[in-house]
Design a protein around this ligand. Structure first.
Ligand SMILES: Nc1ncnc2c1ncn2[C@@H]1O[C@H](COP(=O)(O)OP(=O)(O)OP(=O)(O)O)[C@@H](O)[C@H]1O
Ligand SMILES: [Mg+2]
Length: 361
């Protein structure tokens, strides 16, 4: 799959733009604060229904305007699709595929597959477990509607259970109704855990291969799923912690507390990894995602690489560029670095200057 063209109006600092992209590598370069990330963000919104940087749609609309529009034309093997996103500063956004408005943005999953690497993605390695869960959830939602549904239901039931736990603190008789929520929580939670187990095992295998490529076989990456109910079933853990949950007024075990650990040569990258190692591990996980989407959905996603090369040494930069030859890639950089330069002959090059995107070659 690849993006043929993208049109923007009043999206962040981009007043109007219509950009035709190449099937292969597209290099977007320009100084800081000119709109490179904004451009990638608009594509990501058409893929997942939301920004990778903000939950607040109002920020996406150009200062002084009320609405922003994004239109993306996609070419699949034997069909094409059009996605229109209509972002309003004071109302919910509307998204349509081939002119048909979607009821929920989750219906968008599967129309445009993207894998993004942005500086924020380092939080995948560095930050709290919630970032790793978010990563796993976004990927699995792109791949499976069953997962997406189970996750939505789980979060809904969890909220209701937590409310009930707080009410039980005031009136203990309500405890008799807890089993209703527990049954559903176990049903959806167990499904989520099974999906995540398989996904992380697969991710680990593929990311380890990619990491070996980029690090010239110097480093061995592994990713280990750490369910909060480790060692016993989710149901057992949930039932054994009921009294504690009532005391705390929240649910202490379940997929909402899961984590995954990234190890390089057996050591936790979050604790022991250098900046470059952390970045390489995050990039390897992202490249592994491409392999998984390709295997599971039979589709080569569009790769969005935002400022990925900084912090990687020259050798790693070149190795990375070598890995991305087969899929449409949109890569941003502030100058045309060495590694990108060696690609420039084969790539489409765009300059971004104060929100104006111009093709140079
Ligand atoms: N809603 C908005 N309306 C107008 N301008 C905005 C809006 N939101 C952000 N901007 C502007 O967009 C610019 C940032 O764009 P962007 O993040 O795409 O920069 P960049 O080219 O990726 O820079 P860097 O190389 O530093 O990452 C900033 O100058 C910011 O003020
Ligand atoms: Mg940027």
């Amino acid at each position: 799959m690849y993006i043929k063209d993208i049109s923007l109006s009043n999206f962040r600092n981009i007043a109007v733009a219509k950009t035709c992209l190449d099937k292969g590598v597209n290099i977007i370069y320009g100084p800081n604060a000119n709109g490179k990330t904004n451009f990638l963000e608009s594509i990501y919104i058409c893929s997942t229904g939301r920004s990778h940087r903000t939950k607040n749609d109002r920020e996406l609309v150009r200062f002084g305007e009320n609405e922003a529009h994004i239109r993306v034309n996609i070419q699949n093997e034997s069909s094409s699709d059009r996605i229109d996103a209509h972002i309003r500063s004071k109302d919910r956004k509307g998204i349509a595929v081939n002119g048909i408005p979607l009821k929920k943005s989750s219906e968008l999953f599967g129309t445009l597959y993207t894998v993004i690497f942005s500086p924020e993605d380092l939080s995948l390695i560095k930050d709290s477990p919630s970032q790793r869960r978010r990563f796993i959830d976004i990927e699995l939602c792109q791949l499976s509607r069953v997962y997406c549904h189970s996750l939505q239901q789980y979060m809904k039931v969890l909220k209701q259970r937590n409310n009930l736990l707080k009410n039980i603190q005031k009136d203990h008789r309500l405890k008799d109704t807890l089993f209703v929520w527990d049954k559903q929580l176990v049903e959806f939670g167990t499904k989520i855990i099974q999906f995540r187990e398989k996904f992380v095992a697969d991710l680990s295998e593929k990311a380890s291969l990619r990491h070996r490529q980029i690090s010239s076989s110097m480093e061995e990456l592994s990713i280990i799923y750490m369910p909060s109910s480790e060692g016993s079933s989710f149901e057992e853990k949930l039932l054994s912690s009921v009294e504690r949950d009532i005391f705390m007024g929240s649910t202490s075990h379940g997929p909402h507390r899961d984590d995954a650990v990234f190890n390089i040569n057996g050591n936790d990258v979050r604790i022991y990894g250098s900046q470059g190692q952390q970045r390489t591990a995050a990039v390897s996980a992202k490249l592994a995602e491409i392999d998984i989407i390709n295997e599971e959905a039979g589709i080569k996603p569009v790769l969005l690489l935002d400022d990925v090369l900084s912090e990687l040494d020259k050798k790693r930069q070149h190795m990375l560029m070598d890995c991305i030859s087969e899929i449409q890639t949109i890569i941003t950089c502030t100058g045309i670095e060495d590694a990108v330069m060696s690609y420039a002959g084969r790539a489409a090059v765009f300059n971004v200057d104060n929100g104006v995107i111009k093709r140079e070659k």
